[in-house]
Design a protein around this ligand. Structure first.
Ligand code: GDP
Ligand code: MN
Length: 428
């Protein structure tokens, strides 16, 4: 569940972080005219549950009451990427002679490590900073899930921020507190994301000019105190935007989650692996396994792309759509799949997969190599079908490597598939 900016700021404020003075939350320009003084310099901020509002006209700075009223009238009722702007947060505008930083804590979805990210290049998209100027970002992973950020790490991160900010030298101590407190808040409130971007270095110290908190829905049951603080009586529906692939899977009737942000830019020195794994449990395990094998044997250059639950007896058409969705994703280089039988039939699975590959090859559409294993229900007829299919259309199935039966463990199948994919790219 994602919090609105004003809610996230109340949480951070409670944890001892400075936030801009608020004039309140308003749904009419007229009320803003009453609350804002003739000479007040304020920020008007659309309360919508998405980022990047600044670029989309959802954050504006007004010099005094008249401008505030006219900007508010313009912003209210508009849409920002399909989200209607019904309420505005009005705050005093903060000056930042000392510069703007980024401070974020999140969880690595591949290995569940708590991850702290800081950068002295605040106010812009952090993914872009990481891509274009990686030396301006520190990304620290903590495998121990510590309640509090260890002192030494907090000091190191603060020193890095201070060195990169024009006004950093005199605020190292305050920056260390900010990083520690954002981290502590992340843990205390069972967050998936706790982020300040930008953290502005004002004359009186660092101020959280923007705040983002996404709570882990699985932890909500023990966050009664937080709900009380925010005046909430029940969890809100998570209305974060589904990605195009997630929408497509929803329409086809299977569960799918993208692990990479919709605007993720592919790193050309990494191999991106899509997963059609079987049931939900195996779906999570596959993400972990592909990531671990990549870290251990391939220099950390392997990226799992998605979670999928392809169990529960999907139809042939549904199986075909699971693969088609990944083939259509230009990021995906390789698909790893496994079928454990159980409720699901290997026969239906292999017919769906072969049908998808054939159809797309004949239509000249994108496919990528598929490696995997099938074991269990209907295996003999599945094996017969696959052998016949290979005789009939060898070219269309040349990128398909399916181990039939469990003479190999999945870890081996995955490792070999990745090794072949690396070889095709000329990386080994
Ligand atoms: P986002 O685009 O949805 O992340 O919204 P932000 O709250 O981050 O606002 C967008 C941009 O407006 C920020 O990156 C800052 O450059 C600027 N901004 C927001 N609040 C303030 C403020 O109080 N003072 C100043 N100087 N700039 C601000
Ligand atoms: Mn922001």
């Amino acid at each position: 569940m994602r919090l609105y900016e004003n809610e996230a700021k109340r949480v951070f404020e409670r944890e001892g972080l400075a936030v801009p003075r608020s004039f309140g939350v308003f749904d009419s320009a007229e009320d803003i005219g009453t609350a804002v003084g003739a000479g007040d310099r304020v920020m008007l901020k659309a309360l919508v549950l998405i980022g990047g509002r600044g670029k989309a006209g959802g954050v504006r700075r007004a010099e005094g009451r008249d401008e505030a009223v006219s900007f508010a009238a313009d912003m209210l009722g508009r849409r920002i990427r399909d989200y209607p702007v019904e309420r505005l947060l009005v705050e005093e505008a903060v000056d930042a002679p000392g510069g703007a930083a980024y401070v974020g804590v999140t969880m690595n979805p591949a290995d569940f490590n708590v991850t702290v990210i800081v950068s002295p290049a605040g106010g812009v998209d952090i993914e872009q900073v990481a891509r274009e100027t990686p030396e301006k970002v520190i990304r620290l992973e903590l495998a121990g899930n510590e309640e509090l950020l260890p002192e030494a790490e907090a000091s190191r991160l603060a020193a890095f921020l201070a060195a990169g900010l024009p006004g950093g030298a005199s605020q190292v101590g305050a920056l260390k507190e900010v990083v520690s407190r954002v981290y502590a808040a992340f843990q205390k409130y069972d967050c998936k994301v706790a982020e300040i971007n930008p953290l502005l270095l004002s004359a009186s110290g660092p101020v959280a000019a923007d705040a983002k908190i996404v709570l882990d829905d699985n932890g909500l049951f023990r966050q009664g105190g937080l709900f009380h603080l925010l005046g909430l009586t029940a969890p809100r529906h998570d209305v974060s935007e589904p990605t195009p692939s997630e929408l497509r899977a929803r329409e086809a009737g299977f569960r799918y989650v993208d692990l990479l942000a919709a605007d993720h830019v592919k790193n050309p020195s990494k191999l991106y692996v899509g997963l059609v794994p079987g049931g939900a449990g195996y779906g999570i395990f596959s993400i972990d396994e592909v990531g671990n094998i990549g870290d251990r044997f391939f220099g950390g250059r392997v990226v799992p792309v998605n979670f999928m639950d392809s169990g529960g007896g999907p139809t042939e058409a549904m199986v075909a759509e699971m693969f088609a969705l990944l083939f259509d994703n230009e990021t995906v280089d390789l698909v790893v799949t496994s079928r454990f039988g159980g409720i699901s039939s290997c026969d239906i699975f292999i017919r769906g997969l072969v049908g998808c590959l054939r159809g797309r090859r004949q239509a000249g559409r994108r496919v990528v190599p598929v490696v995997g294993r099938m074991v269990g229900t209907d295996l003999p007829s599945a094996r017969d079908f696959l052998e016949r299919a290979r005789r009939e259309t060898p070219d269309e199935l040349e990128d398909l490597r399916i181990t039939v039966g469990n003479r190999k463990i999945m870890a081996e199948v995955i490792r070999e598939g990745i090794r072949e994919a690396f070889a095709r790219k000329g990386w080994v």
